[in-house]
Design a protein. Sequence first.
Length: 269
Amino acid sequence: LFDDIKSDAWHVAIAIELFHNFTLIHDDIMDKAPLRRGMETVHIKFGESTAILAGDVMQVAAYEHLNKINSATLRPILSLYNTTARQVCEGQQIDMDFEKQQTVGYKEYLRMIELKTSVLLAGSLKMGAILGGAGERNQNLLYEFGRKLGLAFQVQDDYLDAFGDPGKFGKQVGGDILANKKTFLLVHALETASVTQLKKLQHLLSTEAPDKVADVQQLFRDCNVDDWALQVKNQFLDEAFNHLEDIAVLSGRKEPLKSLAQFLVQREY
């Protein structure tokens, strides 16, 4: 976006991907998830102890790659990486805390997603801007682009978990419903459902009936949660594109990011 790709970018990109997969391995343990990307999760295939250690080693390996970049950019990159990593872990803890709460407000959920999901995308983009020699304003605009795109991504992820095609999604459809996880869809349904719908939804959340997923899916549709989610996703995407548009570089250089953004929010897996 700002310059030709530098060799340091590969080390930073590998570090980010190692960190990301480390968080996914540990997240799957906490969620007791059986599938990831259409395959058994690490803790299911190799056991929890091995999965925990594998994640830990991936984090160490991430720092090894960061330590290889030019000293001129090491400090700002490392500072942003550490801040991002801490925020992701904070977001995961908040997400776990939500499981013990009866109700979670929309703004509370939004903040959790910003920490757990959006800051990783935003921070990754800003690290690239730092390596590319972008000015502070452009760095911050790119960060905000990533933050809003991360929110749109999570709306799509929550939507796919409830309504995705099992053959394409790569994870267990309805997994969040079975686990009573707070999602964009559930939070909105709890806030907008009628008295009758709310009573039915609360009953479903307290049971492990065999038709639970199908019944909650139908209730979401009755509350128009599916349509609302798509509208909110597009709103976040529009806000992301507004930040991208304000970045002071030739418009043609922005096209790969636009294409990536469209893919992330239109994917079916």
